[in-house]
Design a protein around this ligand. Sequence first.
Ligand code: ADP
Ligand code: MG
Length: 312
Amino acid sequence: MSRIHEALKKAVEERVSHLSVGESLNLAAIAGSMQAPAVPARQVAEQPARVTPPPPSEAGAFLRFDDLVKRCAHPTWKPDMRFSLFHRTDDDAKIGTERFRTLRSRLYQIAAAKQLRKVLVTSSVPNEGKTFVAANLAQSIVHQPDRRVLLIDADLRAPLLHVTLGAPTSPGLTDYLRGEANEYDVIQHSSEVNLCFIPCGHPVSNPSELLSGDRMKKLLDLVTPVFDWVILDSPPSLAIHDASILADLCDGVLFVVRAGETNHETAERAASEFRNKNLLGVVLNRVEQAAGYGDYYYGSLGEEEQPVLHAS
Ligand SMILES: Nc1ncnc2c1ncn2[C@@H]1O[C@H](COP(=O)(O)OP(=O)(O)O)[C@@H](O)[C@H]1O
Ligand SMILES: [Mg+2]
């Protein structure tokens, strides 16, 4: 049995209770890197500098962060406290934010060993926590000094990132992909931290076609050099091809599994599609401490047996 299979099986065999939003927010393990060798955390506290030469923007000029911030939209965001751990101070949020810091560290470890800036968050089926993970991972990074993140709602079928942030939903990605808006029109910037956001945009009837067109790649090529991380939320990967299209444009995929809910055959089948591409690891979401994870370490999915997160 493969390591990922074991991890997924373990995840879904534990019949942890269903937690409602606002109860203990248990985000657990990113189960390891498929490709990157283990790097001690202290060596990767800092990320590689942003050095990639930028491609020309639509206006023909190169994109510069300062210029982008000056020219993009600045709506007032009203984050929904239920979904935004980093805007809360209660005990559940403290536990949750700590787990996202651990996830962040693990990503930095991988990024120290391979090119990793564009990360796709996906899962097999709806309601596993893709949007929750994408939003809170982004917040965990921008709450560090001098970190820039672009969060993109690439779930063009059931977009919800704008609800988490309390941000306008358009103009956004679909409008850019249809050629009806440029990068400055669709990017929103938060005045609090260096978080930028591209919402889904106006509803469309052909999401896969738009995502596989030239403009999606063009947008990512344009924006990636000016951010430390570009995090994309996506639809579930079983039955819909969008996540697979997006994975080909990203450096790595985080695969979310909802503990105690997702059937392991389903999760394994969906994750296997990314294993031969760029699967970084599994984020085991909504693990209840009482279910025995408190003293449990998940092993790595790579060749080395490496504990990656103490899910207590
Ligand atoms: N770790 C968690 N703790 C509490 N609530 C969560 C957690 N993960 C997800 N949720 C909630 O579960 C619901 C489904 O999550 P969501 O991120 O929208 O799933 P998906 O994007 O995979 O469809 C949302 O209301 C979300 O806020
Ligand atoms: Mg979602």
